[in-house]
Write a protein of this length. Structure first.
Length: 189
């Protein structure tokens, strides 16, 4: 009679081991996904047309957080950032995160005349699709240290730094580098 009890114990041990292995695998996967999302990459949804035609309403994008943490931010980069408090009062926009393009980096003098943006006294060449007219004129201003001047590609329909001021580097979440949705428009940005 001792033999049947031993075989029952042996049958239960592998099931318990399999359960522990699955719990460990799921735990590691969840931990890795949280670490990657918090420190590496994150997806965002585009809720407005302020970045049209580059990004359309409903697009899903992936943001690279490491390039901001360990790299530089350049004119022309598209950033996701925490909205400054004035966004809600100036634009009536309650979105916590915004997507805009960098036009001015620390130390730049930015202004506009007609539909032309000037950076440091020279016309700024926008090498990407954007819409005109420019909209609200940009009074000459100098971008402070550790701040950025942001404008949407849909110039006339973008509530941006022209209305609510600069974006501190500490508010920047990451650089947009890939559109993943809709599938027909997947592209590196």
């Amino acid at each position: 009679m001792a033999a049947p009890e031993a075989s029952t114990t042996k049958a239960r041990a592998p099931r318990w081991r399999v359960l522990v292995e699955w719990v460990a695998i799921i735990g590691v996967a969840l931990t890795l996904s949280i670490v990657v999302r918090d420190f590496g990459f994150q997806t965002f949804y585009i809720p407005s047309g302020s970045m049209e035609p580059t990004l359309q309403v409903g697009d899903r994008i992936i943001v690279d957080k490491l390039s901001v943490r360990f790299g530089t931010i350049n004119r022309g980069d598209i950033l996701v950032f925490k909205a400054p408090p004035a966004v809600n009062t100036q634009c009536g926009d309650a979105d916590a995160d915004l997507v805009k393009r960098v036009v001015g980096i620390p130390g730049d003098r930015v202004s506009s005349k007609g539909n032309t943006i000037y950076v440091n006294g020279k016309p700024y060449v926008e090498r990407w699709s954007h819409t005109e007219p420019f909209g609200k004129a940009l009074t000459p201003t100098t971008v402070p240290a550790n701040d950025y001047f942001m404008i949407g590609d849909n110039h006339s329909d973008s509530c941006d730094s022209r209305y609510w001021g600069f974006v501190p580097r500490g508010n920047v979440i990451g650089k947009v580098f890939l559109r993943i949705w809709p599938f027909g428009r997947i592209a590196w940005i």
